[in-house]
Design a binder for this molecule. Structure first.
Ligand code: 13P
Length: 249
């Protein structure tokens, strides 16, 4: 049985007072009787603050990106060891906004995946097709290649210490969520691709869905066999909506 994970990707949002209040609201709504896990992914400067606010609670901490390098002359970048130093256990790699706005290709994403694991972090590998790719019937091919690039670079065993997030680009921040059937179909394909390499790893890896997850569509998505939780953007910025999604898990 794969434990559900609800992860809040705050993207480039928040301020100290907003974050204090958001974390307060999350902690107040955590239910120790539930098995679902909660993770927050703040912008870099707020990681130490969030770390101190969630210390000794079950809330997990992750970052939104990392450098493929461990240290050196890379002005403006943040490395895996630095994130680990500040208590992060997870980090997103290959979010579609990084792929689109920073021209990250699948090979670079794979390097970041490897760098994350070298620093002891679990990467959350984000994959997903654009609307144009979906309309052209290329979803399976595009997502398959994004996963293959990482299998080629890191090996299938690396997926024993990783999470995958399927985030169709057309569903991110648009209010147009994938239907449970659309999401389940791709999640099952991702799992089959990993299972073909290693049945145990494919069966155990958690695959999150992201893209306009809201309190009113979360339950039907999470009821799908291969959907192991959500990567939540907009709805993770309010404790009430984020934790309603958690309650749906
Ligand atoms: P939204 O939930 O705002 O669509 O964002 C999804 C996302 O990109 C999470 O990483």
């Amino acid at each position: 049985m794969r434990n559900k994970l609800i992860a809040g990707n705050w993207k480039m949002n928040g301020s100290k007072p907003e974050i204090r209040s958001l974390i307060g609201g999350i902690l107040a709504r955590l239910d120790p009787a539930r098995s679902a896990e909660v993770m927050v992914l703040p912008p870099f400067p707020y990681i130490p603050l969030v770390q101190s606010l969630i210390d000794h609670t079950p809330v997990l901490l992750g970052a939104q990106d990392l450098s493929p390098h461990a240290s050196g002359a890379y002005t403006g970048d943040v490395s895996g060891p630095m994130l680990a130093d500040w208590g992060c256990g997870h980090v997103l790699v290959g979010h579609s906004e990084r792929r689109a706005l920073h021209a990250e290709n699948s090979e670079q994403v794979a390097e970041k995946f490897v760098a994350a694991q070298s620093a002891g972090l679990q990467p959350i590998l984000c994959v997903g097709e654009t609307l144009e790719e979906r309309d052209a019937g290329r979803t399976t091919e595009v997502v398959g290649e994004q996963i293959s690039a990482v299998i080629d670079a890191a090996g299938i065993n690396a997926f024993a210490r990783a999470i995958v997030a399927y985030e169709p680009v057309w569903a991110i921040g648009t209010g147009q969520t994938a239907t449970p059937e659309q999401a389940q179909e791709i999640h099952a394909e991702i799992r089959a691709q990993l299972t073909k390499e290693d049945a145990t790893i494919g069966g155990r890896v958690r695959i999150l869905y992201g893209g306009s997850v809201k309190p009113d569509n979360a339950a039907e998505l999470f009821a799908c066999e291969d959907i192991d939780g959500g990567l939540i953007g907009g709805a993770s910025l309010q404790a009430e909506s984020f934790m309603s999604i958690y309650q749906a898990a």
